[in-house]
Design a binder for this molecule. Structure first.
Ligand code: DX5
Ligand code: ZN
Length: 214
């Protein structure tokens, strides 16, 4: 089963409620949220307060918090409290991954790890049993609207071969051309910023992904 999850970064922030209403109306209940600290990535976006605001208006929306940040630990409680459905950390940060994964689980939230393009999928092997989700980056993290890196797809196949049965998400440059290939490789979640929010016809994008399950 493959699902589309829109990435908030590409939404119309001045009309966010309208965009979320539309999403929900199209049957999409999962929103990808890129948290950037200006340090781990050369860009800044939004933090826990943003999730809190959305949670107050849309308590049933499942928010995946993709933390592109160093030192996320002091913020994990807030992300959990403000309704994160999952918290996704980056494998490249210096922290003790096992400890942070346990902490996320203790907070009652699904735990995910993400790898940048230069980070091998084998670095995830020690954690496979403890992870609910793996997010494979198919662009350098930091900005929307970049070109999909096809060579990253092997990571997905590798993780499935290694026996990972949790969710695999792909993030960066995902579009209707590469979606079928991603489905075939074993992806469950297609993160789409530009392809979804900037589409002339969003319903068509949603239907395309739904049809991949037929
Ligand atoms: C990039 C972010 C992505 C981004 C994807 O650092 O993690 O979630 O929003 O945007 P598109 O789909 O436009 O590549
Ligand atoms: Zn992301």
């Amino acid at each position: 089963m493959i699902k589309l999850t829109p990435s908030l970064l590409a939404a119309d922030l001045l009309n966010l409620g309208r965009d979320i209403d539309r999403m929900l109306g199209e049957g999409l209940d999962r929103l990808h949220m890129d948290v950037m600290d200006g340090h781990f990535v050369p860009n800044m976006s939004f933090g826990p307060f943003f999730l809190q605001t959305i949670q107050q208006h849309y308590p049933d929306l499942k928010m995946d918090a993709h933390l592109m940040m160093d030192n996320p630990e002091p913020y994990l409680d807030e992300f959990a409290q403000f309704g994160a459905y999952s918290i996704i950390l980056h494998r490249e940060i210096a922290e003790d991954m096992n400890r942070l994964i346990q902490k996320i689980h203790r907070l009652g939230v699904k735990a995910g790890l993400s790898v940048k393009p230069a980070t091998g999928a084998e670095t995830l092997l020690p954690y496979l049993d403890d992870l609910d989700l793996i997010l494979v980056m198919t662009v350098e993290p930091g900005f929307g609207g970049q070109k999909f890196m096809l060579d990253q797809v092997d990571k997905i196949r590798f993780l499935r071969k290694a026996g990972f049965r949790g969710e695999i998400a792909v993030d960066g440059g995902v579009n209707l051309q590469n979606a079928p290939l991603l489905k075939e490789a074993g992806v469950n979640l297609l993160v789409m910023g530009t392809t979804y929010f900037h589409a002339e016809n969003r319903e068509q994008v949603v239907r395309f992904v739904e049809d991949l399950n037929a």
